[in-house]
Ligand binder design. Structure first.
Ligand code: J2J
Length: 546
């Protein structure tokens, strides 16, 4: 059985194959074809060669095969930045089992939403996450999702089987399973989202493999490249742009970092002679602050890639001098399209644009509200289709009709300007999302949680400017009664109690009597953003005068 998804029309599939973009090879080739002796991943004091990754993923695949996992099944995976993330991923690839790789910061609500959508047979998680210290959450999930029968823990566990145990035991069973076909769903990426339920992005072997391969060419990755994986390893950026998968494709090495903070990363860079790192803008800002006193630690660094949220030109300009390496900007999306500034671009292009599409068959339209293409230099919404951009979210027919047009273009909700060379600059957003330094928050999801609170009548989540994060989130709350007694702290506790990921908990709450409305009666978020901007300005002016 294969997993249903919206396929590319046959004429497009033919075009992508003819051009050599789709090669009909499984993602498993990334490690199975790599030079086996080379070190693939360094994680703490452990290092994994490509042979280790192959053997361990095979051993795990045999165990999962014995459990009864079959092609077309799904798995819910949540692991921190550890090498085992890749062992697990490729074990699942060997069986044709498609995982959702939740972020480690995700909590009950997110995991439940994913499990409800994919009905996984197994959860593979870490003992480092509080949700998996005992079997309670697993039991709750398996009561909701009848397919869910198994749990596997990376680390120690008293209630579930552990990876360590499996890898430490021998077996005479042969692996008989094979990967899913290259034009079938390999795994699901996570959408930043703008709707109540987080949407899942089905990625096929063909499309993902192409985006990885092409990315390695653009970024000049070779077997001598040492890549620092400091962003959450399940995110599309460190996974595929070119990320760890790009490294595997060329036989280089990945160094896992538990966090993107400067002191942790600088030590790893120096110790392992890292050549490339990928960051979101707030992490880059901290690196720029810490670098002047750590210059020698960074001497191996050749390239810093920055994406996920808008990088200011002033920070961008500091990179060559302060970090002593080159900057590359990336505008990517888990739905597909990735734009890169090129390594031989002039400095102005690198610091003022977020790059151009990675291949000639990426079709990009910049359109106005009527759906017509605007001219060079004008602002419009970025819409795209191409060999690695999905044609539909997983099991979301209604939402798909809204964000994919009749020609199959994905409407990204990003407001951009395109220059005469095809480079894009992000200038804003036309989607109900907050981009908190690269972490995406779907406003509707949080508003719905808030509306469940017995004292809340209306809620609206909007972005507010923040010097470090670019944006933070502000929830406007209309209480049901005037003497509500609600405080920010109680609402924060309430959301955490529901099990919402921490980064989605609003940074600020504003209580108001009524929400300003648009002419069609929706909360006027433009007005609310302006309101919070003014209030913040006032507070900072007061702070200065005191
Ligand atoms: C402004 N906004 C940006 C940028 C993404 C590589 C890099 C990033 C992602 C990613 C990715 C931006 N400037 N440089 O998947 O492979 C915002 C846009 C975009 C959304 C996608 C990759 N780079 N963005 O961030 O799926 O709004 O992917 O539509 O998490 O992030 O978010 P996501």
């Amino acid at each position: 059985m294969s997993i249903a998804y919206t396929p590319w029309p046959e004429s497009f599939a033919q075009k992508y194959r003819k051009k050599g973009y789709w090669t009909d090879r499984p993602l498993l080739d990334l490690i199975d074809n790599a030079p086996h002796e080379n070190i693939a991943v360094i994680c703490g004091e452990k290092s994994f060669s490509y042979r280790d990754l192959c053997l361990q993923s095979k051993r795990l695949a045999i165990y999962l095969q014995e459990l009864g996992l079959r092609k077309g099944d799904t798995a819910l995976v949540q692991l921190p930045n550890i090498a085992e993330f890749y062992v697990v991923f490729f074990a699942l690839m060997r069986l044709g089992v498609a995982p959702v790789n939740a972020l480690f910061s995700h909590n009950k609500m997110e995991l439940t939403a994913y499990a409800t959508q994919i009905e996984p047979k197994i959860i593979i998680a870490s003992d480092e996450h509080a949700l998996f210290h005992d079997g309670a959450f697993f039991n709750t999930l398996s009561a909701l999702s009848k397919e869910l029968q198994h749990a596997l823990i990376v680390g120690k566990s008293e209630w579930a089987e552990t990876l360590e145990n499996i890898l430490g035991s021998s077996t005479s069973t042969l692996l008989t399973a094979t990967p899913s076909k290259a034009d079938e769903v390999a795994f699901f990426q996570l959408s930043g989202g703008s709707t109540g339920t987080p949407k899942l992005i089905p990625r096929t072997h063909n499309d993902y493999f192409f985006s990885v391969r092409r990315s390695t060419e653009i970024c000049h990755f070779t077997s001598a490249t040492t890549y620092l994986c400091a962003l959450p390893c399940a995110h599309n950026f460190p996974m595929s742009s070119p990320g760890a998968f790009g490294i595997f494709h060329v036989g280089g090495r990945v160094v896992m970092s538990p966090s993107p903070d400067a002191s942790t990363c600088f030590k790893l860079i120096e110790r392992h002679q890292v050549t490339v790192a990928a960051l979101v803008p707030p992490a880059l800002a901290l690196w720029l602050q810490a670098a002047p006193t750590n210059k020698t630690a960074l001497s191996s660094l050749q390239l810093v890639q920055v994406g996920g949220a808008k990088l200011s030109e002033s920070l961008a300009r500091q990179v060559p001098d302060v970090l002593g390496c080159q900057l590359q900007q990336i505008l990517g999306m888990a739905e597909g399209l990735v734009n890169y500034t090129r390594l031989d671009d002039d400095l102005d292009t690198i610091v003022t644009t977020q790059g151009r599409p990675m291949c000639s068959l990426d079709e990009v339209k910049v359109i106005n509200e009527a759906g017509e293409e605007v001219t060079v230099g004008e602002i419009g919404e970025l819409a795209t289709r191409g060999p690695y951009t999905i044609r539909g979210y997983y099991k979301a027919p209604e939402h798909n009709t809204k964000v994919f047009d009749s020609e199959g273009f994905y409407h990204s909700g990003d407001l951009v300007r395109r220059n005469d060379k095809g480079y894009l600059t992000v200038v804003g957003r036309d989607k109900d999302q907050i981009n908190r330094g690269g972490e995406k928050i779907a406003a509707e999801e949080i508003e719905n949680f808030l509306l469940r609170h017995e004292l809340i009548m209306h809620s609206a989540l909007v972005s507010m400017p923040d010097s470090m994060m670019g944006e933070k989130s502000c929830a406007f709350i209309v209480p049901k009664i005037a003497s509500h007694g609600m405080k920010s702290l109680t609402l924060r506790k309430y959301l955490r109690g529901l099990g919402v990921a921490d980064y989605k908990v609003p940074d600020r709450f504003e209580f108001i009597d009524s929400l300003p409305l648009t002419p069609v009666g929706k909360p006027n978020k433009v007005a609310l953003r302006e309101l919070i901007r003014q209030r913040l300005q006032l507070t900072s002016q007061l702070d200065k005068t005191l």
